[in-house]
Design a binder for this molecule. Sequence first.
Ligand code: DP6
Length: 350
Amino acid sequence: MKDNNQRFASWQSPSNIALVKYWGKKGQQLPANPSISFTLDNALTHTQIEAIQTENQSQVSIDFYFENAKNPAFESKILAYLEIAKSEFNWLANHKLIIYSKNTFPHSSGIASSASAFSALALCLCDLHEQIIGVSLPNFFEKASYWARIGSGSACRSIYGGFNLWGHSNNITNSSDLHAINIDEQIHQNFKTLTDTILIVEKGKKSVSSTQGHALLKEHPFAKLRYELADANTHQLLSILKNGDIKAFIGLVESEALMLHALMMTSPTPFILMKPNTVAVLEKIWEFRNQTDLNLLFTLDAGANVHLISTAEHNEQVQNFVKNELVGYCQNGLYFRNATGQGPKNIKNA
Ligand code: DP6
């Protein structure tokens, strides 16, 4: 049992994969266009925080351990984030945080997910806030989504399971730039059992980070058109998700992924994150789909790895396809499978 000067929170939070992409920001970490994602079940960050009461301190104080080792690079990123978060969580001025974080991603897959990391961290902060201030937050998850967003935009969509939308758009009720909303009530049965097999084409650090990529949109000649198309695609995808049209889903999601990478290649300082094996995998997926007419498709995030999405009824054929035809393009044969996830879990008492 902890005494009152020592509080404890522990949350496990998943990553998510965007179908309409967030690419470009405005203001304080606000999206230039709305985006839609679904939550994964097997790419998780587990974060636990002990908050120990101290004298008032001018700067936030933490000890940060990632996978049981001190990690100065992550520690300074988290410190900068907590200095901003202090405006809401003012008890950060008189508590030291001991933070332990670890991922369930396959060992040395090279995947570092800021989405799962910042959603787990924001949930812990909201949890500690309730304990230290002694009141329940009326919109606990909305607040967590808001603060996850400040850490990393896409993280705000990891606060809920299933399908989530982030970013204001006219005629989408409750849509907001400040936090994500869950849209599960509008999802057709056809999309309730999506799986995402992540094919690790390259596990190294990316040459250009997402944050740098977003910044390049500021001077991008296609930015205005992109934001209009992304907004239109959001509306279009919402109606596809409602009416269950899988073929339309495939067309829209693949086009979003390719547009994201086309934006990188055509930015004022151009860059390419796809690798030759990324392109080879995409071609294999097209070829296999043409031959079999199965419901499978790809998407890409800001990196070389391919997300192979399919509906659960084709699981066996898709997994055989991966083993027989795609694994050779993966670094060290590495890939891992996710289903649609239920969202974060409070594991304090687990
Ligand atoms: C291509 O959320 O990683 O995955 O807000 O700077 O942390 P920051 O960027 P981040 O960008 C994600 C970009 C994306 C698309 C998406 O997830 O919507």
